[in-house]
Design a protein around this ligand. Structure first.
Ligand code: HEC
Length: 140
């Protein structure tokens, strides 16, 4: 039976293409962050909560609690680590490589960085358009 193509059904990438895309980290722009924000809220917030402290709704219902994305260790981890965790999973967390395309994984990574900065840096270090995103995020 021929594979049906719809909007959610992306063409399968072979491993090489995936590796190639993994290296193509996009430049951080307000647009990328907005996309990352959307994707994070859909795919990650159910467990990690919207600011990444690890108190998502699913956790409240008995899922193992993820570490806070603001932990010193994760603050210090490099972008590739986050990309890999999203792609392949980590411990009790399943991978999202089949659901989130590479460019969106990078968008999520960029957004996590912004979230981390919002906790670790003074607001003055954050560009105004990103600050706006943060402000929207904080009021539920
Ligand atoms: C179903 C719940 C769930 C979802 C959805 C989920 N995670 Fe996780 N995540 C976890 C759990 C649980 C852990 C801890 C796993 C462990 O240490 O065994 C974790 C761990 C992590 C870690 C820490 C890895 C480390 O080095 O300790 C990162 C980063 C992370 N998740 C990012 C994400 C991102 C980004 C998304 C969205 C694309 C996401 N997670 C979606 C449950 C989830």
């Amino acid at each position: 039976m021929p594979r049906q193509i719809n909007e959610d059904d992306r063409p399968t990438e072979d491993d090489l293409a995936r590796k190639e895309q993994a290296k193509r980290k996009p430049r951080v722009t307000a647009q990328l962050l907005a996309r990352g924000h959307d994707q994070f809220d859909v795919f990650c917030a159910p467990c990690h909560d919207r600011v990444g402290t690890g108190r998502g709704i699913v956790v409240e219902r008995g899922m193992p609690r993820p570490p806070s994305l603001h932990d010193q260790r994760l603050f210090g981890a490099d972008d590739q680590h986050f990309y890999d965790v999203i792609s392949n999973g980590y411990g009790a967390m399943y991978g999202h490589g089949d659901r989130i395309r590479p460019s969106d994984r990078w968008a999520i990574v960029a957004y996590i960085r912004a979230l981390q900065l919002s906790q670790h840096a003074s607001m003055a270090d954050i560009p105004p358009d990103v600050r706006q995103t943060m402000a929207e995020k904080k009021s539920p």
